[in-house]
Design a protein around this ligand. Structure first.
Ligand code: PLP
Length: 444
């Protein structure tokens, strides 16, 4: 281990810069921006190698649910480590994989007409989206006719693998790869402020038009329900999801909700689907499912989708879903997820998340009329504070300034994201908003 003199943030950053290539990072400015070198974490607090404590205002990467290093989750992960490290899900199965699947199905959104009954595992949000896309296409092929089109929203973000990028619509992240992508149909986004106050009606009309023109070729409509997260937190009304549900049904397409960001309590309900009162045919989840401990994601599907993959007499080829990953349903990841779901229930974390959302809303009302803030957008605990544009780095500068006031925040462009652990306390929530306010004072 490095000697004390060599263990400062500056020393670690120099070592990092020599060998590491970070995600979504321009390395000419990386070291100069003085990245936080995290040493440990507990509850909502991070501690860096210089001993400085920072409140984690973004749940690491929108993942932490019950707080970092929660004793119950730690215990369950350690127990699993001593019991079974890995067993393939090809030709074998295991208790954590089965139990987690039962828990997810029990907690999945449902209505009188629709429920999600089967769980297919993957490793991260993007790979869950890949699974959903391949499944939806194969479902159409095995249900009568292969439908080649996916409808996705403009400004969508579903991850960084090529299928997920194909259904994305975030120019900065996606346009470089256009020549490599699947062709998809971009529908107007119901959260797009450029379309004015009638944006939801405008987007509904656009989806009606697309489905009228080519609905019979569409295998699935994919959306981030209620909140387009990585676009910069653009919330929209549930009526759009009801329209998408109706149009998918009318045209025989599947509706996919990507709840990688919105799921596991982030909107103040277990799923955005519950909040909206709309049940999809497939739901992707990831991020918070393991409380932020380990990579695990999944696709929940209806029985109808699953049944289309079962061999039947007269088949001319296999109906199998030929997809899987080495770490599919890794038992340690599943154990972390089981522990997270149990702790969330035992400690009433969904109620805490709903209360946190309200508290955030109340505190952020304090920015009404503040001309340094262009807009506050929020669904439950998922919050974007768009700062008045003073240049491409204003959002980043506000986050850097907030860090000096003890809070770790990250921007998406000029939108500062607030997405704290779901059980954040009252005084910590106040501290987070105070640091944001002081950060604005420092920058403007
Ligand atoms: N889908 C949504 C809605 C997301 O917000 C994200 C990540 O932010 C992803 C998919 C991709 O997940 P991952 O980064 O785990 O691949």
């Amino acid at each position: 281990p490095p000697s004390p003199a060599e263990s400062s943030s500056a020393a670690w950053t120099a070592r990092d810069e020599a060998v590491v290539w970070h995600p979504f990072t321009q390395h000419t400015t990386w070291a100069g921006d003085e990245p936080t070198v995290v040493a440990s974490a507990e509850g909502p607090w991070l501690t860096d190698v210089d001993g400085r404590r920072l409140l984690d205002g973004v749940s690491s990467l929108w993942t932490t649910t019950v707080g970092h290093c929660h004793p119950r989750v730690n215990e369950e992960v350690k127990r699993q480590l001593d019991t079974l490290d890995h067993a393939t899900f090809l030709g074998s199965t295991h208790r954590p994989g089965i139990e987690l699947s039962e828990m997810l199905v029990e907690r999945a959104p449902r209505s009188a007409e629709r429920s999600l009954e089967k769980v297919f595992y993957a490793g991260d949000g993007s790979s869950a989206v890949e699974v959903a896309l391949k499944m939806a296409y194969q479902f159409s092929a095995q249900s009568g006719r292969a439908r080649p089109d996916f409808v996705r929203l403009q400004h969508a973000y579903h991850g960084d693998t090529l299928g997920a990028v194909s259904v994305g619509g975030h120019d900065l992240f996606h346009s470089t790869y256009k020549p490599l992508l699947l062709t998809t149909v971009g529908a107007a986004s119901p959260g797009d402020r450029a379309n004015g106050p009638d944006r939801v009606a405008h987007a509904e009309a656009d989806l009606e038009r697309i489905m009228a023109e080519r609905g019979e070729d569409v295998c699935a409509i994919i959306v981030e329900p209620l909140m387009q997260g990585a676009a910069g937190m653009f919330d929209y009304d549930a009526s759009y999801l009801r329209t998408a549900r109706r149009l998918a049904d009318e045209h025989g397409a599947l509706l996919i909700f990507d709840e990688v960001a919105t799921g596991i309590g982030r909107t103040g309900s277990m799923w955005a689907a519950n909040r909206a009162g709309v049940v999809p045919d497939m739901l992707t989840l990831g991020k918070g499912v393991t409380a932020g401990y380990l990579p695990l994601s999944a696709v929940l599907t209806s029985q109808r989708v699953y049944d289309a993959f079962l061999a039947r007499p007269g088949d001319t080829g296999p109906r199998t879903f030929f997809h899987g990953h080495t770490y599919t349903a890794n038992p340690i990841c599943c154990a972390a997820a089981i522990a997270n779901l149990k702790v969330m229930e035992e400690e009433g974390v969904l109620d805490q998340a709903a209360a946190l959302g309200e508290r955030l809303g109340g505190l952020l009302d304090g920015f009404a009329g503040d001309d340094r803030v262009a807009e506050v957008r929020r669904v439950g605990t998922m919050t974007g504070v768009e700062v008045a544009d003073q240049g491409p780095r204003t959002g980043f500068d506000v986050c850097q300034a907030a860090r000096e006031h003890g809070v770790w925040l990250r921007p998406l462009g000029n939108t500062v994201i607030l997405m704290p652990p779901l059980n954040l306390g009252v005084s910590e929530t106040e501290l987070m908003i105070e640091a944001l306010a002081k950060g604005l004072d420092d920058v403007f």
